[in-house]
Write a protein that binds this ligand. Structure first.
Ligand SMILES: Nc1ncnc2c1ncn2[C@@H]1O[C@H](COP(=O)(O)OP(=O)(O)OP(=O)(O)O)[C@@H](O)[C@H]1O
Length: 364
């Protein structure tokens, strides 16, 4: 089912939690609502579900206005971070619940319910746990059952609110792959809320970046990561070093001439490190080295401005550079600084100039 969200707003008292949101979700899309805490993600999800009433705007399901329909009428499946399975029911009974409570006319027969539940338990790969109780399951298993239960009533839209939020990193990682796989099999339009940019970029077809109740950008993971619409999106997606102040003004003629407040960002992997100085490089002292898997993160301090920044080296570039330690001096090349207007005012922030390699010479 396709969803069209048109100019919706939601206020709690005087506080605008969701402001004039427009969003088109095609059938079968896998959408991540991504943003910091309080940015309005959950409120938007609850508005789509019909668990919260709209102040203004409309929501259409397959072109039909559902703005004033109840949650039940919307045929959505919901999974929350802490999904309370019924403690006194077995896993089988939990998954069967939504079908058993249907009005008599719409209720499948006992054997149909059994087939459906077993099919869903197979889908979430927990068929062997059918007779257990929720307290006998791990957190990850419970979330998989919660999903099976949401799917039992054959929803046309699946809404997930930080479904893996309470689980540890390894289980989260497994469940991400698993959920993608389920989506591939069933192709149900899915919207999930997360504040974890890695989770959004890894799982979603479409990422909706939210901040202060508004949408900052909508795009594929590659689009929002590689072509961020503004300073907020750039700094929120992935690790960044931030440069501002005199050094940036001296460097970027456009920023200086425009005489506006500017901020520059560079991702750690876009910083080159060398043992030797060149025309554009900045002498920096190694302050901390952290080897994580195949990459090496190095925190350095510029000798001139004493600003700290982080560089990321692949195994290959580290081998070329040779061993170094805290206190050593290396020369940093800032290859791709992106400069935005006024970080404080994300509504008006836009890319001023993408600065190519070498243009950062005034740093030296
Ligand atoms: N029922 C409510 N009454 C009053 N304020 C609310 C209500 N629900 C949400 N809010 C406020 O609306 C804002 C957005 O909340 P929301 O839960 O949508 O954010 P979020 O992006 O999902 O955050 P988180 O990641 O922390 O869950 C917050 O400032 C929150 O305090």
């Amino acid at each position: 089912m396709g969803i069209t969200i048109s100019g919706i707003t939601k206020t709690f008292g005087a506080f605008e939690a969701v402001k004039d949101i427009n969003l088109e979700i095609p059938t079968g899309d896998f959408v991540a609502l991504l943003g910091p805490s309080g940015s309005g993600k959950t409120t938007l999800l609850r508005l789509i579900a019909g668990l919260e009433g709209l102040d203004t705007g409309s929501i259409f399901f397959n072109g039909v206005d559902y703005s004033f329909k109840t949650a039940k009428e919307r045929k959505v499946g919901f999974v929350f971070q802490h999904y309370a399975l019924f403690k006194h029911m077995t896993i089988f009974e939990n998954v069967a619940f939504g079908l058993k409570v249907r009005p008599r006319k719409l209720r499948p027969s006992k054997s149909e319910i059994k087939d459906k539940v077993l099919e869903l338990l197979r889908l979430v790969q927990l068929e062997h746990l059918a007779d257990r109780y929720p307290s006998q399951l791990s957190g990850g298993q419970r979330q998989r059952i919660a999903l099976a239960r949401a799917l039992a009533v054959e929803p046309e839209v699946l809404l997930l609110d930080e479904p893996f939020g309470a689980l540890d990193a390894k289980v989260r990682q497994e469940l991400r792959h698993w959920l993608r796989e389920i989506h591939r099999k069933l192709n149900i339009t899915t919207v999930f809320v997360t504040h974890d940019q890695e989770e959004a970029l890894e799982m979603a077809d479409t990422v909706v970046v939210m901040n202060h109740g508004k949408i900052e950008q909508i795009g594929s993971p590659a689009e929002v990561y590689e072509k961020p619409a503004n300073a907020f999106v750039y700094s929120f997606l992935g690790r960044v070093n931030e440069f501002s102040g005199a050094a940036l003004y001296n460097d970027v003629a456009v920023a200086r001439d425009a005489a506006v407040d500017t901020v520059g960002y560079i991702r750690p992997h876009e910083i080159g490190l060398s043992r030797f100085s060149n025309r554009n490089s900045v002498a920096s002292e190694v302050s901390h080295v952290n080897a994580v898997g195949s990459t090496l993160r190095v925190v350095l301090k510029r000798i001139d401005t004493e600003d700290f920044f982080e560089a990321e080296l692949t195994g290959d570039s580290f081998r070329k550079l040779g061993p170094f330690k805290k206190g050593d001096i290396l020369y940093a090349d800032f290859k791709n600084i992106v400069v935005f207007e006024a970080k404080q005012d994300p509504d008006h922030a836009k890319v001023m100039e993408k600065v190519a390699a070498g243009a950062f010479s005034a740093f030296t």
